[in-house]
Design a protein around this ligand. Sequence first.
Ligand code: HDE
Length: 752
Amino acid sequence: GQATAAGMPQNPTKGGEYGEPARTPQPGATVEPPSPLVGASTTSENIASAKVGKGVAPVAASPVADPLDRVRSDATGQTLTTNQGVQIADNQHSLKVGLRGPTALEDFILREKITHFDHERIPERVVHARGSAAHGYFEAYQDLSKVTRAAPFAAAGKQTPVFVRFSTVAGERGSTDTARDVRGFAVKFYTDEGNWDLVGNNIPVFFIQDAMKFPDLVHAVKPEPNNGIPQAASAHDTFWDFASLSPESVHMMLWTMSDRAIPRSYRMMQGFGVHSYRMVNAEGESVFVKFHWTPVAGTHSLVWDEAVKISGADPDFHRRDLWESIEAGAFPEWELALQIFTEEQAAGFGFDILDSTKLIPEELVPLTPVGKMVLNRNPDNFFAETEQVAFCVAHVVPGIDFSNDPLLQGRIHSYLDTQITRLGGVNFHEIPINSPVAPVYNNQRDGHHRQAIHRGRVAYEPNSLAGGSPAQAGYRRGFTTFPEHIVEDKVRGKAELFADHYSQARLFWQSQTTPEKQHIVKAFRFELSRVQTLAVRERVVSLLMNVADELAQGVAGGLGMPLPEAAPVLALQPLPSYEPSPALSLMNFPGDGSIKTRRVAILVANGVESEAIRGLYTKLLTEGAVPRLVGPLLGQVTPVDGDPLNVEVSVEAMPAVLYDAVIVSSGDAAVSTWMNDPDVMDFLRDQYRHGKPMLMLGGSSALLKQAGIPSALPDGSVDDALLMADSAGADAAFASFKTALAGFRQAKRDAN
Ligand code: HDE
């Protein structure tokens, strides 16, 4: 407790005990990030982001974020009240009949508080329950009105506010971020002509072709219904049983077994609209488009062993990463590009553009960049914004229209429907985060939790009593469906080219680099090793045999099983044949070459030589990277030269997998301590194993031998991400270290 003016101890949580002074909270202390290189030890992981910024959320002017001030609630300096605004005298004790007697039913304060608490949870999303979101804006590069009348593309430089939510699919709300899974990439554009939701994934194709199968797919991948196992994982019998009996899922299987399914960061993955959509211009002319988001930071992934270890060390890895980089002012950015094509072009593709298990190779239809998206503001409240945001595929604006993709058609129904249960009624559009910036007037009325107070006696159209308002916009202004000409039989079934399940799976496989292929084989091996039913394993491999021999052999060999017969293939002619497409490899998007936001551990202990690491620390900060002094325990370490160093984090609290690279200090005493420290040995082995850049200063390179780390690559060549420098050469080594870090990972070490 702190001393009040009256000298009384003050505990702000005990107003009833200590009276009036306690109702005045302490002014919030501003955290100025201390430098770990000088002064007293005061660091904590909570101010991690302050390392590259001020630690204060930058508040960008936004027509969505700013009006939310209306509902933002800040209790600073305020008194505690009930929901009816009655000031609460004592928030510690229920109303009792005698100090040792029963609680009175009359205690409306207790009952209101507990009742509200009892109903705090709402149903989680049936899929994509685990997610993280941020505010930002989309900025158009050019006037796209030749192609679409959609508001965000009306003029070069036009900004449209967005709210973006990233997610995993299978896990529950509290599940780990680094599960092997598809990632959701949902963008809500608050356009001046209404809200447009582009609800995509980080993979451009999907498991199934028809909405009819979605509940089966989801039931198969979710925890098994008898025992609720496994959480956030597809590595179990029911998922692979379903997948192996659905050959249409083969192409997507390859993507989800690739490194795409374990991204390093939400900031470092692509996004795709998946389906073909239509764009329509003011003249009513239409083309088809596919949407692509490409991260400026490049596409980078984890390796599986790392993802597994991160799940234990920091299950919020992606959530924290997004939050911290925005807090630090390192705003994530993507470029939006379109593949634009006509119906006539599509007829010659050799696959059906209404089939979501197919992508359009960029060799066939190149990307047209149309704008960029910047995320520059974290939500104030996770529940109010990230949890309550309701994305809906049916939210389109004039200029955007659907295709007949049967998966998309089913989604148009599903998203509106699911919000009614999840958000408790039909008025979820009035929840602030879901409200459009465009005005809303119609004759829909009532329903649970209605916010608007509609005036007047007219709630119908046409009317004369309200002068005909609100009136139809007419075809020029209002949303107009593209009048596609269709004369067909009403049937259940699918179009012929939907039956080709393998051509594009082969295209994907052939477009991967060797390490990527190895990772795919290992991912299948891992997943199928966990499958208990032999016939399921066999069926999966029999599908893979139609993709590539080396793939099927690699997987079968890893499972200790003979090659089964290939699954039957429908003879369809002629099938498209593809050249490998570089754009399908993650390696194709290295990023902007900077090391911004990359986390670098600098190992320190008593007896280090601190001069070199002080210099490197400052250099890393200047480059926008996030250095950390990692020591045996919190507190200070004493170097052989200069001031004590403040350990920012211990090896135990943040193991190797939470950094992108390591620098090991020199100093005989420190090195000899580390030689016998199992945590440090594990740290170095993991850094090496996961392909991360390592800079060993002075005598610390002796640790490599002790840890069993080879100094050359498996093929005998030089490992340019494993660097050694004496302390005098540390500066020069920094340039090489930076290059290695910008390149992200040494793929050729491949212990994974
Ligand atoms: Fe979704 N999906 N989905 N989905 N989906 C949901 O909506 C559904 C599909 C995607 O951050 C649900 O609000 C059906 C493809 C994302 O809030 C639900 C089908 C793609 C998100 C639903 C699909 C997606 C969802 C659950 C097959 C990529 C999270 C909660 C016909 C293009 C959005 C909710 C967020 C969420 C249904 C397939 C992406 C139940 C029926 C393909 C990113 O409505």
